[in-house]
Design a protein around this ligand. Structure first.
Ligand code: ARG
Length: 279
């Protein structure tokens, strides 16, 4: 396989975000522990929450946001973090969703990235991968979760493609089924994470590689780790004062957005955003 000439010590910088306004957002199936057909989102409130996130990102954080239109038959397409894993130089490794309910999104994202001039890479067949939901590109290494939505073969593919080491972290609790629900890279070697979401070995690997801020069970359940980080700005789900306190101590400017209607579907701020990197 061709290896991409990327890597080195350059820290990835977010140039733009990709978001999808919730015009067809709904809860029509149950594919994670948060989703219950008996607890569907209030669509008006979901719009308000999404808009508030969009406005904070564009107006207060000041990062450009690209939009993709939501397909009618894809109620979860708002969670653009799952589109794929962008790499520097307008490249993206597209997702291959675990569940057929979300596989319908794949052609829309593929078409979008091709139309926007991205070089598109596909996972090998039968190798599930859910993009930035389960993998973070940190410049000199990739950190990736597996078992729930992403198969470990995807990690091997990412390493072969980029020439970078992939730290593979096993997720052991169905409530934290994507890495971005329990692991928050904050820049440099600083991360916040919820230890109970990982097996003991993954916790050891995280502690060995990073300076860590542990997240409490109460705040993990409010999706504290599912925050958007752009430089020294963090946009986080409302109701996580302890993590907020630590972040402010570390010099971050923090914004809060209520995310109740997306948490019903198992997502919050970060799931609604895909980081598009500088070249
Ligand atoms: N309902 C969606 C699913 O189960 C939520 C996805 C959340 N995305 C994320 N990056 N954690 O697939």
């Amino acid at each position: 396989m061709q290896t991409l000439p990327i890597g080195g010590t350059n820290k990835p910088r977010v140039a733009q975000l990709l978001m999808c306004a919730p015009s067809a957002y709904d809860l029509l199936y149950e594919i994670n522990a948060w989703m219950h057909l008996s607890n569907r989102p209030d669509k008006r409130l979901a719009w308000q929450q999404w808009r508030q996130l969009y406005q904070i990102l564009t107006e207060q954080v000041g990062v450009p946001v690209e939009l993709i239109e939501q397909a009618q038959e894809a109620p979860d397409m708002v969670f653009t973090a799952n589109a794929g894993l962008p790499l520097p130089g307008k490249r993206i490794v597209l997702s291959r969703f675990r569940h057929p309910e979300r596989q319908v999104e794949e052609p829309y994202f593929e078409q979008f990235f091709r139309a926007h001039g991205f070089e598109v890479y596909l996972m090998p067949p039968d190798c599930a991968f859910e993009g930035e939901g389960d993998a973070f590109y940190l410049g000199d290494l990739i950190v990736a979760g597996y078992r729930k939505r992403t198969d470990i073969c995807a990690h091997r593919y990412l390493s072969e493609l980029t020439g970078l080491e992939t730290l593979s972290l096993e997720l052991v609790d169905d409530r934290w089924y994507h890495l971005d629900t329990c692991f928050l890279p904050l820049g440099g070697r600083l991360v916040a994470y919820y230890p109970e979401a990982f097996d003991w070995y993954a916790r050891r690997v995280i502690e060995q590689h990073f300076e860590t801020i542990p997240v409490s069970p109460e705040e993990a359940l409010r999706f504290a780790c599912n925050s958007v980080v752009v430089g020294k700005h963090v946009v986080m789900p409302a109701g996580c004062p302890i993590l907020r306190f630590y972040l402010e101590e570390h010099g971050y400017t923090v914004y809060e957005v209520p995310m109740s209607e997306f948490i019903k579907s198992g997502g919050a701020c970060k799931c609604l955003v895909l980081y598009l990197l500088e070249d």
